[in-house]
Design a protein around this ligand. Sequence first.
Ligand code: FES
Length: 143
Amino acid sequence: MIYSEKVMDHFANPRNVGEIENADGIGEVGNAKCGDIMKMYIKVDGNVISDVKFKTFGCGAAVATSSAATEMIKGKSLEEALKLTNKAVVQELGGLPPAKLHCSVLAEQAMKAAIADYCKKNGIALEPTAGCESCGECHDCQG
Ligand code: FES
């Protein structure tokens, strides 16, 4: 089996799919490698992500990693959520085939874009960084 059981579970029963009406932050990103897109919505209560939902025109790996990522950031502070990397999500899922690693970047970037949107709208100086310092896209190089 190419995909772990956890990946298959999140793909078959994705958590937190949908839209949040009156979301506090919305992030929409496209994957440069495949053209797929992802939209993420967050609700922020105080400094905590009280709700998060996503929608994607993406592959199964994108669905599974986004589903896992939303579970990992729900109930977390903005600062904690910003520390979540695509690598950590992939680890949580028990790995992904190398050719599908880029799909996990979509979830990380959409989440960070949603937090950035919230911060911008509320005049909060919290600079989310998308990816590592070398390419700005992923953490695949351990950066
Ligand atoms: Fe596009 Fe996976 S192939 S996100």
